[in-house]
Design a binder for this molecule. Structure first.
Ligand code: T1G
Length: 689
């Protein structure tokens, strides 16, 4: 766990707990013992703290939270550093996050490699730094720089860390040697500069700026218990002595670790990583080389997908059938890059490099050399089968042929080729260059190496690939359809659009289903229902009236003068009442809780069916999809985790009631849900389904 080498009066302690040197109990104990040994060793003048691998320390071991604590705690180890009579300098070669940065800040000096990044991401796990971070970081860089860093949880690159004063220097080349030199300088000067002893950055102006930031933060997110706790911890450090303030931080941290929000966020952290593991797909499955790509279709999705490849350094050819569409598509991509460069999120050089990686062409024959071809054409089975039939004669042997369809049968698409083993779905989410999630749709004949290659490619494109099976809508859209159907039913039964949307945003979504429909365009669902059957009486009536939503200035809501936020429309509410009467539905009022239950329980039920059918390998995959593709509030852990917190018995009983109330027997609890409810079980208790 910790290598200990002494040479020339310098003890180099190297953390070696792959993959991220997380500070689990064994590592803490080994580090504590190594520090004690180095302090007791009279031949040792100074100590360097280094780490193996590309991460310095990825933080405390998140998997230990909620379990009985095992000493020494991280604060115990940091107290040993505080008491250390010999200079200790941290050599930070990679990410120093959470407890990793707290460890480094308890040293007397910090040297970083240019590739290092440093941050306190605890807020993203629903907690706050719990080992002095809320006290040492303000002392290093001021409370008004420290608080925003802890509030966003975003790390800073080494250069910025040096400019702020988090690290003493950024050095190329031998990091440990530079740390040794720094430590010996400190020893020669007799200095033992402890961060906890500094107060020069705790100026009255910095405090005022912090208080303003804090007021803004709690106003923006009044229900975020950890934001309030962070404010109290930082403020304690400005009003009390170091040890007293650290006790405040520790008490707040301990409370938050038990908070359901934090438990959900920690669950989501691990669920996201587990999604990368596909049951039955060995880690050593061979991969195909992906050096070039082709995208069929220069529409919004095609352009966004092409940008993902260009951003990852992979040359990509965008193919259209006619020049106008191609030019418009490429122009849109160029505008998006120009906007990013203008905002400073990429440099102008990056903009030009990325634009340079995208080539336009007319005709499928230009896909012949690509290692992967992604079809992002019109969402119509006939169009897609025609394209894949041609691609089969054009694409080179071994090329991966992917369709970006959002709900069509990938098996039927693969069947028109002579190489179904090379075919799968890559369902990107719009806007493809922004949304992380990609549903990787494994068709019946998709070869293991094709799936493994696609999953690796997803990570290379900085996406979050989750493997799903073939069915209508795969996982995300199949569950979304249930929520949409329930929403329509609620309108007929008496809940108006603004009440439904308000209940859903109060639940934690950024937008409610009807505002979302107006944003996406009511004509899309309307056309799809015409193709595939299904009725949404209110949405279809609106679409038939040409009320497509924001793009026509009217949908469920009114958008006067291009407003982005809709206002209630009495016409729509009268229409709803008319349609309800036509369907003979008696109307009543609904509480927000009833609205949430009516919308979300059927989604959970569909998730249970998805697990029964093996369309998703585990509940965590479904949660990862909904958090990263549909903005399910991460602090609720995803629909299946949330269902466990509600109680599956409660949900099963409610669904039986809904089936009776609505006459829709597809609301009856799925067999898996019924079984778990009867056993007092949970989705979390399921092994890989
Ligand atoms: N604890 C336990 N396991 C961790 C971990 C951690 N902190 N970080 C990563 N892992 C596992 C991860 O589950 C995966 O496991 C493997 O390591 C590789 O992770 C006291 C209380 C460090 C930037 O929030 O951001 O410190 O799937 O795929 O892409 O105040 O991991 O291989 O079995 O993400 O190279 C604060 C979380 C903790 C940082 C590396 N720290 N980690 O990214 O690898 S709370 C964090 C990351 C804390 C203190 C508080 C990233 C990474 P498996 P990976 P990566």
């Amino acid at each position: 766990m910790v290598r200990h080498e002494v040479d020339g009066g310098v003890a180099v302690l190297t953390l070696a707990n792959p993959p991220v040197n997380a500070l689990g109990a064994e590592t803490r104990a080994a580090l504590d013992a190594a520090l004690a040994q180095a302090v007791a060793d009279e031949s040792v003048r100074v100590i360097v703290l280094a780490a193996e691998g590309r991460v310095f320390v990825g933080g405390a071991d998140i998997s230990e939270f909620g379990k009985p604590p095992r000493p020494p705690s991280l604060p115990d180890v940091l107290e040993r550093l505080d008491a250390c009579p010999k200079p200790v300098v941290a050599a930070i070669g990679g990410a120093a996050l959470g407890g990793g940065l707290e460890l480094a800040m308890a040293c007397h000096g910090r040297i970083a490699a240019p590739t290092a990044k440093l941050g306190l991401p605890e807020i993203k796990l629903g907690i706050i730094p719990g080992a002095g971070g809320t006290q040492r970081l303000p002392r290093l860089i001021g409370p008004d720089a420290a608080f925003p860093m802890m509030l966003t949880g975003e790390p800073v690159p080494a250069g910025k860390a040096a400019a702020l004063g988090i690290v003493d220097a950024v050095v190329l080349g031998d990091l440990v040697a530079a740390a040794r030199t720094r430590a010996l300088e400190l020893a020669d000067s007799g200095a033992l500069p402890r961060v906890r002893d500094r107060s020069d950055k705790l100026t009255a102006e910095a405090r005022d700026r912090f208080e303003a930031q804090a007021a803004e933060a709690v106003k923006r997110d009044p229900d975020a218990t950890n934001v309030h706790a962070l404010v109290r911890a930082v403020r304690a450090g400005l009003e009390q002595d170091f040890d007293a303030a650290v006790s405040v931080e520790r008490a707040e941290f301990r409370m938050l670790v038990e908070d359901p929000r934090s438990k959900a966020l920690r669950y989501a952290f691990f669920a996201e990583r587990e999604a990368a593991r596909v049951p039955g797909l060995p880690k050593d499955t061979p991969r195909r080389a992906i050096e070039t790509a082709a995208v069929i279709g220069a529409g919004t999705m095609g352009g966004g997908i092409a940008m993902c490849f260009a951003n990852a350094g992979i040359p990509v050819t965008v193919i259209e059938t006619e020049a106008g569409a191609l030019e418009r598509g490429l122009a849109r991509v160029k505008d998006l890059y120009a906007g990013s460069a203008k905002r400073g999120s990429i440099t102008e050089a990056q903009r030009d490099e990325r634009v340079g990686r995208i080539t336009g062409a007319i005709g499928l024959e230009h896909a012949g050399a690509a290692d992967i071809v992604i079809e992002a054409a019109f969402e119509d089975m006939g169009v897609k089968r025609a394209i894949f039939s041609k691609l089969d004669t054009i694409a080179k042997p071994g090329a991966i042929l992917a369709t970006n369809t959002s709900y069509l049968d990938v098996n039927a698409i693969a069947a028109v080729t002579g190489r179904p083993q090379d075919v799968l779905g890559l369902h990107f989410f719009s806007p493809a260059n922004v949304m992380r999630l990609v549903e990787v749709v494994r068709a019946d004949k998709t070869a293991p190496d094709v799936l493994a290659t696609a999953l690796d490619l997803g990570k290379r494109l900085n996406k979050l690939p989750v493997t799903v099976g073939v069915c209508f809508g795969f996982v995300g859209n199949r569950m979304l359809e249930r929520r949409s159907r329930a929403g329509e039913r609620l309108l007929l039964e008496g809940a108006l659009p603004h009440a439904v949307d308000a209940a859903v945003t109060a639940f934690g979504f950024r937008m409610g289903p009807f505002a979302m429909g107006d944003l996406a365009g009511l004509d899309i669902g309307w056309r799809s229902r015409k193709d595939f059957g299904g009725r949404a009486p209110v949405a279809d009536s609106l679409a038939e009236m040409g009320r497509y939503g924001q793009k026509t200035g009217r949908g469920f809501y009114l958008y006067p003068d291009g407003a982005r936020t809709g206002t209630r429309d009495p016409e729509v509410e009268a229409l709803i009442e008319r349609v309800a009467a036509e369907h003979g539905v008696t109307r009543r009022s609904f509480t927000p809780d009833e609205i949430v239950a009516r919308l979300m329980y059927p989604m959970v039920n569909e998730g249970a069916r998805i697990l029964e059918e093996g369309i998703a390998a585990r509940p965590g995959d479904i949660d990862t999809i909904w958090i990263n593709g549909y903005n399910w509030p991460a602090w609720r852990g995803g629909p299946m985790h949330w269902a466990d917190t509600v109680g599956l018995k409660t949900i099963a009983e409610a669904l039986t009631r809904f089936a009776a109330e609505t006459g829709d027997d597809s609301q009856e609890p799925a067999p898996l849900l019924k079984k778990l409810a009867a056993e007092g079980g949970s989705f979390a208790g399921l092994k890989n389904a």
